[in-house]
Design a protein around this ligand. Structure first.
Ligand code: ZN
Length: 259
């Protein structure tokens, strides 16, 4: 059986989107999220993503189709920056002329600001992944806001601009967390393809899992930090080559949807 996640984009205050329904599901982490389907209308190149991506495993089939018919996917890397693996991933992305999104931890940006600057200078997007990889749904609203703002602040100090995108650790989100994320000027971006690279199951398993789970407008989750990412580095070129052979365009997240 083919497992697929659905990508659902919902609009922010200043976007023009029409909501068509909602339901509740449980992500693998066991955290309830609200699924809202909408018509995604993402902006032009380099514009902020005017939507919130909430992903549901085995969601309603109609929601799968709402994410678009174009064979586009985007790559994301979490838990960095890392002095060893982030530059290796940058080299690979540069070889294939691709741009990705790096969801950084504030504490790692503080420790390795030069790596975050290197990622940004290479044209990639820097997103907020909390300060220290806390499960945000377990915190108070004030605690969540501290995680968001301290990370926004260190990223702005490091690259000169505030991030606009936020991926909560463990894809763990609820209405309270989502409200705090929006209050902090961020848009939640979850991923629908878990490459399983964090489990270090071997390069072949990472490649096969990613290819099996990827569909149109998938957001692929990999990791440049948080441990030994040798397998991620090994799998990345194979994933890129296989996706391109299958006709997928690997685009920056800002170009994932739209026409
Ligand atoms: Zn993470």
């Amino acid at each position: 059986m083919r497992y697929r996640f659905a990508l659902i984009l919902i609009g922010l205050l200043f976007t023009t989107m029409s909501f068509t329904g909602s339901s509740s599901v449980h992500l693998p982490a066991g955290q309830p999220v609200t699924i809202v389907s909408a018509i995604p209308r993402l902006g032009a190149h380099l514009a902020p993503v005017p939507g919130i991506a909430i992903l549901a495993k085995q969601a309603h089939p109609l929601l799968c189709h709402s994410s678009g018919h174009q064979k586009k996917v985007t790559l994301t890397f979490d838990d960095g920056p890392d002095v060893t693996y982030t530059p290796e991933i940058l080299t690979i992305l540069n070889q294939y002329h691709l741009h990705a999104t790096f969801f950084n931890l504030g504490q790692n940006v503080q420790a390795h600001p030069q790596v975050t600057r290197m990622v940004y200078a290479a044209g990639h997007t820097i997103g907020n992944h909390s300060w220290n990889h806390t499960r945000l749904t377990a915190l108070s609203p004030t605690g969540v806001m501290w995680q968001l703002e301290s990370t926004n602040h260190i990223i702005q100090q490091t690259i000169g601009i505030k991030p606009t995108l936020m991926r909560p650790p463990y894809n763990s989100i609820n209405n309270m967390v989502r409200m705090q994320i929006e209050k902090a000027g961020l848009q939640p971006v979850l991923g629908d393809v878990d490459s399983l690279d964090w489990q270090r199951p071997g390069v072949n398993v990472i490649v096969q899992t990613t290819l099996r789970e990827t569909g149109n407008t998938s957001i692929i989750v990999m990791h440049d930090g948080g441990g030994d990412r040798t397998q991620t580095v090994g799998a990345l070129p194979l994933i890129i080559q296989a996706l391109e052979q299958r006709g997928y365009a690997i685009v920056p997240i800002q170009q994932l949807s739209g026409h």
